[in-house]
Ligand binder design. Structure first.
Ligand code: F0G
Length: 458
């Protein structure tokens, strides 16, 4: 008999959840201007806003915190951190930063700028913002199957190879700062990228002398998908697969708040010593000395331990299975959900879920609000509120997809929490016709979804 895949941990320390009523949540949501980012955490029952920085650390990581060496220069904790990064990435130069976007800011300030462009399967929102802030352009070329939320395929995070070749011809290799592969593809549904796709993109970049970088936030989840789904990898360890994946790249940026189970931290890893000199110069101005880069010694220690723990295949089996478990429950109830299940989150297809709400009224955000009101669940819209732009007439240019992401924090919620989440979503689906669209009343020029104010559409 096939047995339940259980949580591969016991709980040593717990945090209470505070309960509130639907009426209270309605008032909270109105006060928060229909923006889940402005709801206080204490008013949320199940927080699926992000899997970033929200992991439960292990007893080993907490023990490591006590070992943190807080020396300004040459901290012992830095060398443990560096060794863990080198063992996984094979990249000899490791630059710590306080989180992923700090690594991006440093790198893009050096290689970006007006007239340059960055090509990716899909750039994450802060990554795109850092590129655009440097004056450069960010271009996403996700494969066709990645854009069809409910059509299953094994590697929906892949880059469109033909489009890449076409763009190199159009833009000129010298104007392309770098090609960035996001693994797994967060904004495109947490879908993995195949080793074959990474290998091909790397070869094309080499041929044209374009640097190839990995956005490595969820490298372990991606590596495990390769083990499960790509021919020739079933018998390889996740570490071997990760080693191969990074071997094709010239560098990577990483947010340790994801696959390193840390509450803060990140890094930039490189092979090119000249680029490293420029990066470290900026690091000292913006983050700190090269052996701590904006982190405490105890953070470096926790990351070093987390990077090794995440390679545990019992953990990865449970992790991938728990996302699939929620996805399958929703599919069985007829809820339109991204298929197959991604690595860190379940993505609802809001366009299909709320087909009566036009994209100009942000169906994704309307669904985020409905899930909060119904069950106190906090999620995030990944659609036209996050990525929409305006044309010269002020008309909305919608995002390619209208998704709602339910990101599952690592090692935090149990199966009954997830059962409750499924029940709430199914209940919302059953009365979906009563849900109303939204209108923006105030917004910032960049990353507007964090602070936008909305009201119910008329
Ligand atoms: N790249 C990807 C693919 C990400 O998912 C994130 C963060 C970053 C870069 C930036 O890292 O937060 O440490 O600065 N994603 C979080 C999320 C915020 O909710 O998906 P950071």
């Amino acid at each position: 008999m096939i047995k339940t895949i259980i949580e591969p941990f016991k709980i040593k320390s717990v945090e209470p959840i505070y309960f509130n009523t639907r009426e209270e949540r309605e008032a909270i949501l109105t006060k928060a201007n229909y923006n889940a980012f402005t709801i206080d955490a204490k008013d949320v029952l199940i927080d699926l806003l992000t899997d970033s920085g929200t992991s439960a650390m292990s007893s080993n990581q907490w023990a490591g915190i006590m070992l943190g060496d807080e020396s300004y220069a040459g901290s012992t904790s830095f060398y443990k951190f560096e060794a863990a990064v080198v063992d996984i990435t094979g990249m000899p130069i490791v630059i710590p930063t306080h989180q992923g976007r700090a690594a991006e800011k440093i790198l893009f300030s050096i290689v970006g700028g007006p007239g340059k462009c960055f090509i990716s399967n899909t750039l994450f929102d802060t990554t795109r913002a850092n590129i655009e802030y440097s004056g450069a352009e960010g271009i996403d070329i996700l494969c066709a199957e990645g854009k069809q939320p409910t059509v299953p395929a094994p590697f929906k995070g892949n880059m469109d190879i033909e489009k890449l070749k076409q763009l190199i011809t159009e833009k000129g290799a010298e104007n392309i700062s770098m090609v960035i592969m996001t693994v797994t593809n967060n904004s495109g549904g947490g879908q993995p990228v195949s080793m074959a796709n990474i290998r091909t993109v790397s070869a094309i970049c080499k041929e044209h002398h374009i640097p190839f970088f990995i956005d490595a936030c969820r490298f372990a989840e991606n590596s495990y998908f390769i083990k499960l789904r790509e021919e020739g990898y079933a018998h390889k360890s996740v570490l071997d697969i990760a080693n191969e994946l990074f071997s094709y790249a010239d560098g990577c940026t990483m947010s340790a708040k994801k696959d390193a189970f840390a509450n803060i931290g990140g890094f930039l890893a490189l092979r090119n010593p000249e680029l490293a000199v420029h990066c470290r110069n900026l690091l000292v101005i913006t983050e700190g000395f090269p052996t701590y880069g904006g982190l405490a010694g105890r953070d470096l220690e926790a990351i070093a331990i987390g990077l090794r723990e995440v390679l545990d295949e019992n953990y990865l089996q449970y992790r991938i299975r728990s996302i699939e478990y929620l996805t399958n429950k929703l599919i069985a109830a007829g809820v339109p959900v991204m298929q197959p299940a991604g690595g860190h989150a379940v993505y609802l297809d809001a366009k299909a879920f709320l087909s009566h709400i036009p994209v100009e009224q942000y169906p994704g955000q309307a669904l985020v609000c409905a899930l909060y009101t119904e069950g106190g669940i906090r999620s995030v819209e990944i659609g036209s509120l996050m990525f929409g732009k305006y044309d010269s007439d002020g008309k909305l240019i919608p995002a390619a997809m209208e998704l709602v992401r339910l990101a599952i924090p690592r090692r935090v919620y149990t199966q009954s929490h997830i059962d409750y989440v499924a029940e709430v979503i199914i209940e919302v689906f059953e009365h979906r016709d009563s849900i109303k669209g939204l209108m923006i009343t105030e917004e910032a020029p960049l990353l507007r979804h964090f602070t936008a104010k909305l009201v119910l559409a008329k």
